[in-house]
Design a protein around this ligand. Sequence first.
Ligand SMILES: [Zn+2]
Ligand SMILES: [Zn+2]
Length: 303
Amino acid sequence: MTAADELHERPSLGVRIASFLAITVPFAGLIAAIVLLWGVGFSWLYLWLLLGGYLLTGLGITVGYHRLFTHKSFRTSAPVKVTLGALGSMAVEGPIIEWVATHRRHHQHSDRDGDPHSPHEHGEGVLAVLKGFVHAHFGWFFSRRVQNLDRYVPDLVADPATRVTSKLFPLWVLLGLLIPAGIALAVTGTWMGALLGLIWGGLARIFLVHHVTWSVNSVCHLWGARPFSSHDHSRNNLLFGILAFGEGWHNNHHAFPTSARHGLRWWQIDTSYMVIRLMGVLGLAKDIKVPSAERIEAKRAPR
Ligand SMILES: [Zn+2]
Ligand SMILES: [Zn+2]
């Protein structure tokens, strides 16, 4: 079997079932907690704080950290950079500059030696792939320390707005917890309400964003279609295309990393790209990069 054949092979059933459980059980737990606590420690207010915070900080990661800061798929002003950087920071996945260095390294070494979060670098077999899955999902976050940071991010270090926003990471994290607590305090007028606002709009929201955005690193290198030949295991996954605001069209993304649009077909829902287009209409985003139809066709994998 050639290396190219190996990339097109699906992971074994055992691996797919185990990773399915690793992804769905935490979601099911969160939904169960909401249902059980409805009317006691949960209500419409906390649902809006959870989902609103998920949308805003998730887009901070996908539109800001990923498509703007890492891949430069559009240009924008300093105030928009600070806003997107602050929202992305509230997702608590690390300061902009470290996140971008890690992610640029992921593209450079995708699924080979040096990839900071490939699920494929732990050998073959169910156990080895599961170990790899855990590593790709969140383990890398606890072990990563990017060496020679400046080598990967000279452009960001040289940009004052990005550098300062990245340095203020702890402040944004704190605000991401205090804002939902403050809103809940204002609405309910009780300290208990403020505490629940902190828990649902802060902690549970961080958990949800982590689980979904990191699933792109693990699930989207294991499950889904591969319409483009790329030198890695990246796949297009419908579920995470929707939940992760377009980031689940990950095979498309590895084929066209600088494209602001990840969902390249009309039916591939890409909320982040819709936001970038809206920003374009409002004059907040310029030079939005999208590959031409010819380039897309030329890269398509032979059937
Ligand atoms: Zn990837
Ligand atoms: Zn990327």
